[in-house]
Write a protein of this length. Structure first.
Length: 400
């Protein structure tokens, strides 16, 4: 009897301790006050027999998991943008001379090193022969390869040597091309004043060569750079009164499309959205008449949709972006398609259309991994800042 009583008392004591521990555990919550915490400290506090009490947070929904995927995409956006900027720069650089077929883009590292060595040997041979025209063309070509290799200082040196020779032999058309290359490189490096200097040299060379197209391109670049410096009125005047008339004289429809998009970009920088939207609409209208219809329409609709996206007119923006994607795919422009899918996914996520958001995220990742294999897209937080996205996109649309 006495043993039985002791057993009952011991059992009650053990039960009381267990309930006390359980009660203390249930009082501990996470910082947000909603989910019971599962912490190491709780395990250390528990001294009884058996497992300690804890409660797991609820399983994440598909929507929450998708939002986390988008957060990862946004964190990697700096690296992807820098890769697009680099690819865009390489695509606008031009060769000089009659024997200058376009370089493959992109060039892998091994081929690039071999090409550089071969060009250096050829350059020395022509230097010994005294053929300075070929020396200049090879210097310009070598500079393009240095840009591909991200050797920007070496590229600037080679471009400047090439330009100096063209000045000596009075080759004005080649001077315009090389000055354009230097202007584009300095613009990429966000050195606005130096970019202005070389686009002005391009304009002067184009005037001497009586090359209307190069003159218009130079003035268009100058207008965009003036806008970046806050000189909006002057930039708008230059495009309306000088650039557009030149493209009309040259019967260059794609040039007019580019000029209207550039004018709209200037108004966008000034935050005058109504005017920006209207000039992008003019670009779309003219683009429908262009020979390169798919390319011109894709860029014009992309820019138009971007203005609407900024204004949070998501339904209208999605319509423009979807049309732009169709034309970009027809034109085979994967870099623009990547940008379009990037924005489309973000807008569908904003409008809570998770199915479409997931679809465009998958398409974006597919193209991104094809254009920039994961090993080639690195953290660029410490990399030098490059020119604005608006400027690079204008580069794409202005090269005809």
């Amino acid at each position: 009897m006495q043993k039985t009583l002791k057993y009952i008392l011991a059992s009650c004591l053990f039960l009381g301790i267990s309930l006390s521990v359980k009660s203390k555990s249930s009082d501990k919550t996470s910082d947000d006050g909603g989910v019971l915490a599962d912490t190491v400290s709780k395990k250390q506090e528990f001294t009884g027999i058996g497992p300690f009490y804890y409660e797991l947070p609820p399983e994440k929904t598909k929507e929450q998991l998708l939002e986390e995927e988008y957060e990862r995409k946004h964190r990697a956006a700096v690296s992807v943008m820098k890769s697009l900027e680099e690819r865009g720069l390489a695509s606008v650089l031009q060769q000089t001379g009659p024997y200058s077929p376009p370089l493959p883009n992109p060039i892998n590292t091994a081929n690039r090193a071999d090409l550089q060595a071969a060009l250096q040997r050829s350059l020395q041979s022509y230097l010994q022969l005294g053929n300075m025209e070929m020396v200049s063309d090879l210097q310009n070509r070598l500079a393009v390869l240095y840009v591909e290799d991200k050797g920007y200082e070496r590229a600037i040196g080679s471009f400047e040597r090439a330009l100096a020779i063209k000045v000596e032999i009075d080759d004005f058309n080649a001077q315009a091309v090389i000055a354009n290359n230097l202007g584009a490189l300095y613009e990429f490096l966000d050195s606005t004043d130096k970019a202005l200097l070389y686009y002005e040299r391009m304009n002067k060379a184009a005037l001497k060569a009586k090359n209307i197209h190069n003159e218009a391109v130079a003035l268009e670049h100058l207008a965009l750079l003036k806008a970046r410096k806050g000189q909006f009125k002057e930039a708008q005047h230059d495009i309306i009164k000088r650039v557009l008339p030149l493209y009309k004289r040259d019967k260059n429809i794609s040039g007019r499309v580019s000029a209207y998009n550039s004018l709209a970009a200037v108004y966008l920088l000034e935050e005058r959205y109504t005017e920006s939207r209207w000039f992008h609409l003019q670009a779309v209208k003219v683009a429908s008449m262009a020979n390169d219809k798919q390319r011109d329409l894709s860029y014009s609709l992309y820019h138009l949709g971007n203005v609407k996206k900024i204004l949070k007119e998501y339904d209208l923006a999605i319509s423009d972006y979807t049309s732009a994607a169709t034309y970009a795919l027809q034109a085979g422009d994967e870099m623009l398609t990547l940008r379009i899918y990037d924005d489309l996914g973000d807008m569908y996520l904003q409008t809570k259309d998770y199915e479409k958001a997931a679809e465009y995220l998958a398409e974006y990742q597919h193209i991104k991994n094809r254009l920039f294999p994961p090993a080639s897209v690195k953290d660029v937080a410490s990399a030098p800042r490059v020119g604005s996205a608006m400027t690079v996109m204008q580069h794409f649309s202005m090269q005809r």
